[in-house]
Design a protein around this ligand. Structure first.
Ligand code: NAP
Length: 483
């Protein structure tokens, strides 16, 4: 099964439009989380390789930035078509290295490709401004120029989409990139490179350097004066480190970090709609999403109905190898991820939480954990204060709107919050009081290439998607002119 899928997947470094080995010959293994078997050995970039990738990107910068926006747009649009032509192969590859169910991977491929189509349309809309200086009468001409070489660092939970969400706007803006994918899931991006080449992306414009020495490699690039942007998606802990590193050369940062999303269900909510939304917000990607609903706050009057219906849905999900038919719940990405979920559930139970379904780790092989619902979770349980990053719904009841808002906001994260109510004025009122960068109002899904995705507080800086996403790769230049 693996052999066919992996036959044409490159496993070396993609630098300057060529495949090469690591300068020290180093490699690392990639594991299938469903079987715990090694499926590939990938070149591990060194600091020298990373600098070579920056050389290649810098060499490509002028030519790429100088291409007409329409030409860049056509290339991005072709990349979209080529991904969709090969969507099933990409989806299976994502499942193989990440574990998620094939239905989730198919959704991810469509979402990932859409960033190329959306930014093909944005590439031709880099619009500046002209005005008259009020006192001097000089003209103020403001235009947005490509910032320069961008370093992109991405996580394992969406091996395709978290990268295309950065490559799309960077290329549309005219910036070349060096991408360091997560070590758990480097294959998807390596497999994308032939498609980008076929679409017409010139050598050096996109470089991919998997590495087991992430810290050293990324640090070296951030201290290279040619690097002008760092766009990172991953944990708040690593994001904080990269912000410190970026400070040395004042590199422009874009940070998509961790979340701890509350999901509020008011007494007037349509409970069936809330269940449908909860299943998406919690179980998309098996809970391994920064947007995953982490804390369910349910009004005490509707708690029993909500908990019963959610338990029925969760216990009906088929768990197994993500490549198999009908499977909705694959394994978690690795042993550490699975062990963390076990620890969080054990902690909640020890503090009084009541397991309604799931909660028992199956025998291996594979890093499986069942869909689990825990209610009566106290506020000091770890799972209410840390990202669960697994298929576990944690429920608590509330009595008043103010109490729900206060508890929802009681986190250092501010990525996304969800709320269900049939009263739209309450929905908007509560949305405004929630300190989160995104709100799902009667919706369990907010991700959309056309929307400005991003968080407040310790969930990040900047936005991805929409017109705003391209601004992260642009610098404004203003010309003061008299004519
Ligand atoms: P992570 O440990 O922070 O890793 C993310 C990336 O950073 C990986 O490529 C990793 O490489 C690299 N990295 C690790 N340490 C580094 C260092 N010292 N210097 C430079 N790079 C380093 O996060 P993860 O476990 O892969 O992903 C899960 C996290 O991502 C969660 O917190 C989730 O909420 C967040 N996330 C946020 C968003 C968003 O849009 N806000 C979206 C998806 C995920 P290695 O793989 O080699 O360690």
């Amino acid at each position: 099964m693996y052999e066919n899928l992996l036959a044409n997947v490159p496993t070396d470094l993609w630098i300057g439009g060529k495949w090469r080995k690591a300068s020290d010959g180093g490699r690392f293994d990639v594991t299938d989380p469903a079987t715990e078997k090694t499926i590939a050995s990938v070149a591990s970039a060194t600091v020298d390789d990373a600098i070579a990738a920056v050389d290649a990107a810098q060499a490509a910068f002028e030519g790429w930035a100088g291409r007409k926006p329409r030409e860049r747009a056509e290339i991005l649009r072709k990349a979209f078509d080529l991904i969709m032509r090969d969507a099933e192969r990409f989806a299976k590859l994502i499942t193989l290295e990440n574990g998620k169910a094939l239905s989730d991977s198919r959704g991810e491929v469509a979402y990932a490709a859409e960033f190329f189509r959306w930014y093909a349309e944005e590439a031709v809309r880099n619009i500046g401004q002209i005005s008259m200086a009020p006192a001097s009468g000089a003209r103020i001409v403001a235009q947005h120029k490509p910032a320069g070489v961008a370093v992109l660092v991405t996580p394992w939970n969406f091996p395709a989409a978290m990268a295309t969400r950065k490559i799309g706007p960077a290329l549309a803006a005219g910036c070349p990139v060096v991408l360091k994918p997560a070590s758990d899931t480097p294959l998807t991006m390596l497999a994308l490179m032939p498609a980008l080449e076929e679409a017409g992306v010139p050598p050096g414009v996109v470089n991919v350097i998997p590495s087991r020495s992430s810290g050293k490699v990324v640090s070296a690039m951030l201290h290279d004066p040619r690097v002008r942007v760092v766009s990172f998606t991953g944990s708040t802990e690593v994001g904080r480190k990269l912000l410190h590193e970026a400070a040395d050369n004042i590199v422009k940062p874009a940070m998509e970090l961790g979340g701890n999303a509350p999901f509020l269900v008011f007494e007037d909510a349509d409970i069936d709609a809330a269940i449908e939304g909860a299943m998406i917000a919690k179980m998309r990607n098996m809970g391994e999403a920064c947007t995953a609903a982490n804390r369910f706050y349910v009004h005490e009057k509707v708690h029993d109905e909500f908990a019963k219906k959610l338990t029925a849905k969760m216990s009906g999900l088929k768990m197994g190898n993500g490549l198999d038919d009908g499977v909705a719940l694959g394994p978690l990405v690795n042993k550490e991820g699975r062990d963390k979920v076990i620890e969080l559930v054990d902690d909640a139970v020890a503090k009084g939480g009541k397991v309604l379904t799931g909660g028992k780790t199956p025998d291996g092989p594979g890093f499986f954990y069942p869909a689990t619902v825990v209610t009566n979770v106290p506020s000091d349980a770890k799972m209410f204060n840390e990202e669960i990053f697994g298929p576990v719904a944690a429920i608590q009841t509330f009595k008043t709107e103010d109490e729900a808002i206060k508890r929802a906001n009681s986190t250092e994260y501010g990525l996304v919050a969800y709320l269900y109510t049939k009263d739209l004025s309450r929905g908007m009122r509560v949305s405004e009081k929630l300190d989160f960068g995104m709100i799902g109002l009667n919706r369990g899904l907010v991700s959309d290439p056309a929307a400005p995705f991003g968080g407040t507080k310790q969930s990040g800086l900047g936005r991805e998607g929409a017109a705003e996403g391209m601004k992260e790769f642009l610098e404004t230049q203003y010309v003061s002119v008299t004519w």
